[in-house]
Design a protein around this ligand. Sequence first.
Ligand SMILES: [Cu+2]
Length: 281
Amino acid sequence: MLLSGCSIEDWGKAFGHFGWPGRGITLQAHEMYDLWIASTIAALTVGIGVWGLIFWCVIRYRKRGEELPVQTRFNMPMEILYTVTPVLIVAVLFYYTAIVQTNVDKLSKNPDQVVEVVAFKWNWQFNYRDGMGEEANTVASTVGSSDVIPILVLPVGRKIRFEETSKDVIHSFWVPEMLFKRDVFPGSVRNVFEVTLDGEGRYVGRCAELCGTYHAFMNFELVTVQPPQFEQFLAAKKAGKSTQDALTAIGKEPYATTTTPFNTRRQAHTWNAPETQAAGK
Ligand SMILES: [Cu+2]
């Protein structure tokens, strides 16, 4: 009866989400979060049982004399119990993991918005597309620089499809609050995933694959807004406005608030200084 009064979210909150940033900002993240909290509680429950038995045995059966204690072997009920119980636990964990993973990887036939994520050393470009796949066209675009953090504006409550491609090396698209990241490959591999956002706000995004000297500077910001605001933003972008002007037009802070551009010091500290002469010249 006590347990029925608790939700998985309450348990998560009570224990600092067991190390995760929170419940996340997508429907897919919520499923992963519930699986994480429930699995951790299951693991701790088993752990408490095991620790309890260990300490009970240590105290109850400590050495009291020189006499050899009763030697128990081939106890069939015990053997069956400790074979069947772990198999059941693993089967249940596997069942829920398979369901959540399938849902997280699910692609719809008609996403509401397609975003092409282009990673390059060392920043991001976000292309709003008019359809799916490489053949679709970019209708509006945002690109980051050493001075301006790129901002990706997206609507809540819509199916968003991300299509990833890199211009050089492997990067990884990661918004910690989405509880999800996926590698961005160069060449013909085009990684795709979909989310439905449900948290309105501003969230920092990062590159999660060590991609070179300025890897740590590959930050961006995800700004989630209501669908009508998004339509207004996209229309402004299509009309040729800058991302900053389009954000101002929908009443949003035009520059990133969750992260700031780093001083890249590319001239003073570069390993390929302009004056460097190639060998033999
Ligand atoms: Cu990177």
